[in-house]
Design a binder for this molecule. Sequence first.
Ligand code: SF4
Length: 223
Amino acid sequence: MSRLRRWFAKHGRDLPWRRTRDPYHVLVSELMLQQTQVSRVIDYYDRWLTRFPTLHHVAKARPSQVREAWEGLGYYARARNLHKLAKEVSPNGEPNHSLPADPAALRALPGIGAYTAGAVASFAYEKRAPLVDTNVARVLLRLYAPAHSPKSGVGQRVAWALAEAVLPRTGKASWTHNQAIMEIGALICTARVARCGECPLAKGCASGAVPVEPSHPRNRGKH
Ligand code: SF4
């Protein structure tokens, strides 16, 4: 897996939320990215943080202001939950309140599921925390357990167990590792195509051992 981290250092995209360790900024990016493409999120992310630089600015805002700032991104429930979360973390809009670092404590907050909790713990606090979204589940299952579908409950459980099992030893290395797996899922091992020839994980990928089928990622992705 150190090959994966080296690959990321060379090929990973320079995205604004990868330059910060501010938990609120990481959370905003993760919520926006849940249903929206990276290219669109970049604009909204900068604009949002200019308008609401900290969590307590969100806590103090009126619902109409939050709604207006989110307009155009869709799935407004994400903004409503962020507003609720901000009020919970910073009840009177006081500064100096931050998000917890522990994934279990993060999960107790409005709108934060298992993936987002892992993402904030890993990407903001550099905790050794696993995270699984659609891309990560697909990559890990193709790599280690191609018989499972990421869409099944069993597949999800297997993917989470794998995500935990393959984490590097330190939180800092886990930051790069988690970003790298997500990047592989976004750029190399996508839902539509698997570019195995460009993949740093090709050596030892279990998908290579699966009998030849036209729909198999290895075959779809050959070029
Ligand atoms: S080798 Fe191919 S199938 Fe395996 S993880 Fe890489 S791109 Fe995906």
